[in-house]
Design a binder for this molecule. Structure first.
Ligand code: MF3
Ligand code: CO
Length: 258
């Protein structure tokens, strides 16, 4: 599949898709506390998405059985919500959500602290988010795709962290996963030339230990091979001639960055 270049009209729909998803994340973030089940988080997410008249894009995607991926501690991504899985003080929890608005997808992930967490966990969460912002310094017309990958990798490495390789970011638009793949680790090639109108889901997945992951018997959940903590941070972004536009940042995300 070639990389789609979105028209102004399509960009407007993706912008709205992303804005709505950012609200979903804000609301889910407020629900995070010891005692809540991962199923409760999924239910709340689905309810908010449907309340917007949108479709939860993950539900039934390749058979995935929920609307929100909820991944705790050593779980990197694609954890399956379960009413018996209860968040506890000191956990870190990654929420990955996607929705479809008028045919256009948005995709974003955040890692939250459950109550007070260790200094190690807190730094991992911060650095994973910073990896994204390091990467998007190269997410503009004239740079190549793998400049983003290299910047994410270089930043994570400074902290001795592992950059997950088995899962990558992706183009996004009328499909959740479009070309190109967006790796978070250094590549031997330059990757495609970035052009205005490309829309990408850039999503560093970073582990406190090894980059290696294994998959649980549920067929979905990716966990770190050494069971070290992992964090995930993702936004849907638009490539422009200048700074990228981040569709999935909420007002409070923007305020907390100042
Ligand atoms: N953000 C995830 C991704 O890009 C989406 C979850 S995939 C699903 O792969 F299958 F769980 F929906
Ligand atoms: Co994604």
């Amino acid at each position: 599949m070639p990389i789609s270049i979105k028209s102004e009209k399509e960009i407007e729909l993706m912008r709205e898709s992303g804005r709505l998803l950012s609200i979903v994340h804000d609301e889910l973030g407020k629900s995070i506390r010891p005692g809540i089940s991962t199923k409760d988080i999924d239910r709340l997410g689905e309810e908010i998405i449907r309340g917007f008249g949108c479709i939860p894009s993950f539900l039934n995607y390749n058979g995935y059985p929920a609307s929100i991926c909820v991944s705790i501690n050593d779980e990197v991504v694609h954890g399956i919500p379960n009413k018996k899985r209860i968040l506890k003080e000191g956990d870190i929890v990654s929420l990955d959500a996607g929705l479809i608005y008028k045919g256009f997808h948005s995709d974003a992930a955040r890692t939250h602290r459950v109550g007070t967490v260790s200094e190690e966990a807190s730094q991992l969460i911060n650095v994973t988010r910073e990896c994204f912002f390091q990467g998007i310094q190269f997410a503009k017309a004239g740079y190549h795709l793998h400049d983003i990958s290299a910047a994410i990798h270089a930043y994570a490495e400074k902290f001795g962290y592992g950059v997950v390789r088995d899962l990558v970011g992706h183009g996004i638009g009328t499909h959740l996963h479009e070309a190109p793949e967006v790796p978070n680790f250094r590549q031997k090639t330059k990757g495609v030339l970035l052009k205005p109108g490309m829309t990408l889901a850039i999503e560093p997945m970073i582990a406190a230990g090894t980059w290696k992951v294994k998959f649980l018997d549920d067929g979905w959940t990716a966990v770190t091979a050494d069971h070290s903590l992992a964090a995930h941070y993702e936004n849907t972004v638009l490539i422009t001639e200048g700074d990228p536009e981040i569709f999935t940042l909420s007002h409070s995300d923007r305020e907390s960055m100042q």
